[in-house]
Write a protein that binds this ligand. Sequence first.
Ligand code: SF4
Ligand code: SF4
Length: 75
Amino acid sequence: MKKVFIDHDRCKGCLLCARYCPKKILLATDMVNQDGYKVVACVDDDACIGCLSCANICPSACFEIFREQPVLAGG
Ligand code: SF4
Ligand code: SF4
């Protein structure tokens, strides 16, 4: 399941998220959004630990982070 969603239309290309991601999975790309900013992408969704550092530091509120739900066993 995908965990890291980035709203590229809101991205300003500041790379604060990339700097603060402990897993270093947010990288600059050559993709340019409608405002002319180069946007970031998550290059390894499985490596995301759901720490929310990116969401907390992003000045444009670009991130939605989903954590996988634990599976409950038995009944
Ligand atoms: S939630 Fe944490 S590990 Fe996942 S992309 Fe954001 S900063 Fe990186
Ligand atoms: S912190 Fe937000 S605005 Fe800055 S590069 Fe990352 S996603 Fe884009």
